[in-house]
Design a protein around this ligand. Structure first.
Ligand SMILES: Cc1cc2nc3c(=O)[nH]c(=O)nc-3n(C[C@H](O)[C@H](O)[C@H](O)COP(=O)(O)OP(=O)(O)OC[C@H]3O[C@@H](n4cnc5c(N)ncnc54)[C@H](O)[C@@H]3O)c2cc1C
Length: 318
């Protein structure tokens, strides 16, 4: 039986995050998976009703100190040593990217980041991940045990099932010497769905010409029940916060529809959105690379195209 340890994350409300629920679906695709979820802090909220075999609470760290990656890495490494799973899965978030890579180094295991598919044979784990800005998919085999990997948001559907897992507590000596603690947490103000969880993402780039047009993109995102993203050029210009940046050095999204407005489609941008189910481009340059990536495209000035587009979407959804 393949034993899987999934390192959970919580959302702003303290509930188990959508990306962790997607990780449970992914874990269950592995042959005869025996899934354990590790949660920092206690098993409050939805953690105690996850549809998995076991929930292990890492009690030496409070949920508030979750952002101290060094301590979480210490505890997770000790947990992996004591439970010897075949596969360790994290989400491709800031937390998962930092803790996953450190964990793999610490325990001398193979590591694959940003996976969109996983499978297990008798002696190795196979993963698929986008490369070259999403223009190709590469398959890797990880022969180490455990294999450590991070999963791209949206690569699997989140599980809707509830369960009655056995709940256990784990604490090592690793964090006895506490180096730091979180003194304050400032939550980013956000309306609507999280960018990584949105089914519709409207991304804006340098072609918007300034910060104001992002309110038009927000209108469209609201009509669709989606979220607003941006290229690095738009973020670097200070038109929108970097938390909206999509791409190699930003967030990865896999929505049903990604609408790119005034974005040229540089490989570093596409690295974060190429696994969208459909890309729609609005760009005034017909030679722009984004049209090679898009399933649907409009060649034109966004200022003319977007109001009519929003009106039509509004009518269709009414
Ligand atoms: C190491 C590294 C990491 C990077 N990481 C990222 C990353 O994570 N995310 C990211 O996005 N970029 C990243 N970049 C930058 C990336 O290479 C591009 O420079 C950036 O994506 C360009 O942003 P853009 O498409 O908004 O701007 P541009 O490339 O300038 O494109 C603007 C587009 O708008 C169109 N346009 C102009 N006016 C209009 C109009 N009125 N109506 C419609 N269309 C119009 C133009 O035709 C053009 O195609 C990275 C670069 C490096 C070197």
């Amino acid at each position: 039986m393949t034993s899987v340890l999934l390192i959970a994350e919580r959302d702003d409300q303290g509930e188990i995050s959508q990306s962790t629920l997607q990780g449970i679906t992914a874990a269950n695709t592995l042959t005869n998976a025996n899934v354990t979820v590790a949660v920092v802090g206690d098993a409050a909220g939805s953690a105690s009703t996850l549809a998995v075999n076991k929930v292990i609470t890492i009690s030496a760290i409070s949920a508030a100190d979750n952002g101290i990656y060094e301590r979480v890495t210490d505890e997770v490494a000790a947990l992996v040593s004591s439970t010897a799973p075949d596969v360790v899965i994290l989400s491709k978030t800031d937390f998962g990217s930092v803790v996953g890579a450190r964990l793999a180094f610490r325990i001398d295991a193979g590591f694959a980041a940003d996976c969109i598919e996983i499978s297990k044979s008798s002696d190795s784990v196979s993963v698929t991940r986008p490369v070259y800005g999403g223009s190709a998919l590469a398959e890797y085999e990880i022969a180490s045990s455990p294999a450590v990997l991070t999963l791209r948001a949206g690569a699997y559907e989140p599980t809707n099932d509830d369960g009655t897992p056995e709940v256990e507590s784990f604490s090592s000596e690793a964090t006895a010497e506490q180096h730091a603690s979180v003194s304050d947490t400032i939550l980013e103000a956000r309306e609507g769905v999280r960018l990584e969880d949105a089914d519709f993402v409207v991304g804006g780039g340098r072609g918007l010409g300034g910060p104001e047009p992002f309110s038009v993109l927000t209108d469209l995102a609201n009509v669709l029940g989606g979220a607003v993203g941006a290229s690095r050029a738009a973020c670097d210009a200070g038109w929108i916060d970097h938390s909206h940046q999509i791409g190699l050095t930003g967030k990865s999204v896999s929505p049903d529809v990604y609408i790119a407005v005034g974005i040229s489609g540089a490989s570093q941008h596409m690295a974060g959105c190429s696994s969208s189910r459909a890309i729609v481009a609005i760009n005034k340059d017909s030679d722009s690379n984004i049209f090679k990536e898009a399933r649907f495209g409009v060649v034109g000035d966004w200022e003319k195209v977007l109001p009519a587009f929003i009106e039509t979407v509004r009518e269709l959804r009414a």
